[in-house]
Structure formats: structure tokens, C-alpha cells
Design a protein around this ligand. Structure first.
Ligand code: ATP
Length: 276
């Protein structure tokens, strides 16, 4: 059950649980309108453990969204295999929740009805389900906004509603594609804290795509660093920083070292050149 504060005190390196998602030699090619073939992913291998938070960073176009869509069962692989708990993935799974960069709320529904979308589609209008939706909204600090409409909410609040909607199905796995990418820095930081709280309370297995190296390190047990096209995993970095983490964790020496290590892989720590 959700409570208002985290009680987790994981030690670094604790995520040695059993493998839940296996990505084996996954390759994805797209045929374009002009007849070319684009290799979006080339031989990607990754094991994700139960309750592990895996962040993914990489340059634009390196195949991050393609990988997420494959795990969501929304896109097929060209070759290779994806397994959830040992079973080959054949399509979307009911125990997987997805959050995209845009909240994609239905504008004609209230906040509460947006969170209840999936149960309503299954004709579940029970009191217990409604109670869970209200509990999630309260957990995300949105109790007073249940009867509002999306246009009455800020971008950050809308994204919190989208997270509640994804959590409604009690997913074991959360797939998040730059969920905070369109938000201002302060809202983004507060949502990072809330996401860490959700994941520690509800024990989720998470794949989280971001363009922000500090965000990837703050949230992740490991950071997967992808290389440009064709997308491959160039390195996987263990984030050996204890939980619970807070925003001030970003001021730690070790936090800075890991961010620098990732910047070095990208070659993005070169001195800036000022145009004359
Ligand atoms: N449906 C498609 N048809 C053709 N090419 C595609 C299709 N979807 C993606 N691609 C190509 O596959 C590559 C990977 O795209 P993808 O969206 O996965 O990258 P990304 O790393 O998520 O990028 P970004 O960080 O900009 O969101 C890109 O070169 C893209 O042009």
C-alpha cells in the first residue's frame, strides 16, 4: 500500500535480484519510403533484474525509443528475442505501464476519469478501483485536482496524472520515454523525487529513457549508454550510490564522477569553443 514517505534504505550494489527482462541479440531494421533500410538497433543484449531501475541515455536517433517500443510489445524485432520472466514477448503485456514525453490525457475527461481510463475500458467501475485511483492521485499530491480537467493543470501535474494512469494497472514494469523531457528544471527535479518514492513504495522494474545524464544517474541502479546508429549498447555503468537518494545526492563527489564518466563516453566533456 502506498504511504507518504519512503522507508527504503537499499545499499549500493543491492540489485542482484533475478533477471526479469532478457534482451538477446535484438536487431531492428526499418524500411523507409525511399527503399533504404535503416538499422535502428544492432545486436542489443541486456538483462534487467526484478525491481531494478535502468536508465538509458544516448544521442538522438540511436534507437532508445525503438528499444522501448519493442519492450512494450508495440514493435516487433527483426531478429533476436525479448523475454519477460522467461516467456518470449509476443505483444503488449498487461503488467507493463508506459509513460511518454507527452501526458496524452483525454481533454474531455476529468483527471480522475483519465486515471480510470483503463479500468473503465474493461467496464470496471467498482468502488475499490475508484479508491485506488484517488489514492494514487493523493500520493502524487493531486487529491484536490481529481475533478479538474487536463487544461486546468500545469505540464508537471499532467505528467503526474499520466504516471498515475500507468500505475493504475499495477504494472510490474514501467517503461518511460523521456517522461520529464518537456518540463522545466524545477518541476523535473520534484518529479524525479516523486518517481523514486513511487518505485521504492511499489517495487517497479523500470526502463527510463532520458537525455539528461544527471537524471539518469540520480534515478538509475545502472545507466545504459547507447552509441549512435546503428544503436548498440556501448557501456553499462553501475550507479554505486546508496538509496534513498535525494536531490542533494547530486552534490556528492561520486555522483559527479559517474556523470563525468558518461560524458567522457559521449565525448561531451571537451572544452567549449566560443564563436567569434
Ligand atoms: N517507423 C520508422 N521507419 C523508419 N525509420 C525509423 C522508424 N522509427 C525509427 N526510425 C529510425 O530508427 C532510428 C532510431 O529511432 P529512435 O526513435 O528509436 O531513436 P531515439 O534514440 O529514441 O531518438 P531521440 O532521442 O531523438 O528520441 C532513427 O534513425 C529513426 O530515424
Amino acid at each position: 500500500m502506498l504511504t507518504s514517505s519512503s522507508s527504503t534504505s537499499d545499499e549500493p550494489g543491492q540489485h542482484r535480484g533475478r533477471t526479469f527482462i532478457t534482451i538477446e541479440n535484438v536487431e531492428k531494421k526499418f524500411s523507409t519510403h525511399s527503399g533504404d533500410v535503416v538499422t535502428a538497433l544492432a545486436k542489443v543484449n541486456l538483462d534487467i533484474r526484478e525491481n531494478e531501475f535502468v536508465s538509458v541515455v544516448g544521442p538522438s536517433g540511436c534507437g532508445k525509443t525503438t528499444l522501448l517500443r519493442i519492450l512494450a510489445g508495440l514493435s516487433s524485432v527483426t531478429s533476436g528475442v525479448v523475454k519477460f520472466d522467461g516467456d518470449s514477448l509476443r505483444g503488449p503485456r498487461s503488467d507493463v505501464g508506459i509513460v511518454f514525453q507527452q501526458a496524452l490525457l483525454l481533454p474531455w475527461n476529468t483527471v480522475l476519469d483519465n486515471v480510470l481510463l483503463s479500468p473503465h475500458l474493461k467496464n470496471d467501475r467498482s468502488e475499490a478501483t475508484r479508491h485506488r485511483a484517488e489514492g494514487l492521485l493523493a500520493f502524487m499530491g493531486l487529491a484536490d485536482f481529481a475533478k479538474k480537467y487536463p487544461f486546468e493543470l500545469s505540464g508537471g501535474m499532467q505528467q503526474r496524472v499520466a504516471i498515475c494512469r500507468a500505475l493504475m494497472r499495477e504494472p510490474k514494469v514501467l517503461l518511460m520515454d523521456e517522461p520529464f523531457g518537456a518540463l522545466d528544471a524545477m518541476t523535473r527535479e520534484s518529479l524525479n523525487v516523486e518517481l523514486m518514492r513511487v518505485c521504492s513504495e511499489e517495487k517497479k522494474t523500470v526502463l527510463f529513457i532520458t537525455h539528461s545524464i544527471p537524471e539518469a544517474v540520480l534515478l538509475g541502479d545502472r545507466v545504459v549508454v547507447m552509441s549512435p546508429r546503428p544503436g548498440r549498447i556501448s557501456e553499462i555503468i553501475d550507479v554505486d550510490i546508496a538509496r534513498p537518494r535525494r536531490l542533494k545526492t547530486m552534490a556528492n563527489r561520486r555522483f559527479g564522477e559517474i556523470c563525468d564518466q558518461i560524458r567522457t563516453i559521449f565525448g561531451s566533456d571537451a572544452p567549449m569553443v566560443t564563436a567569434l
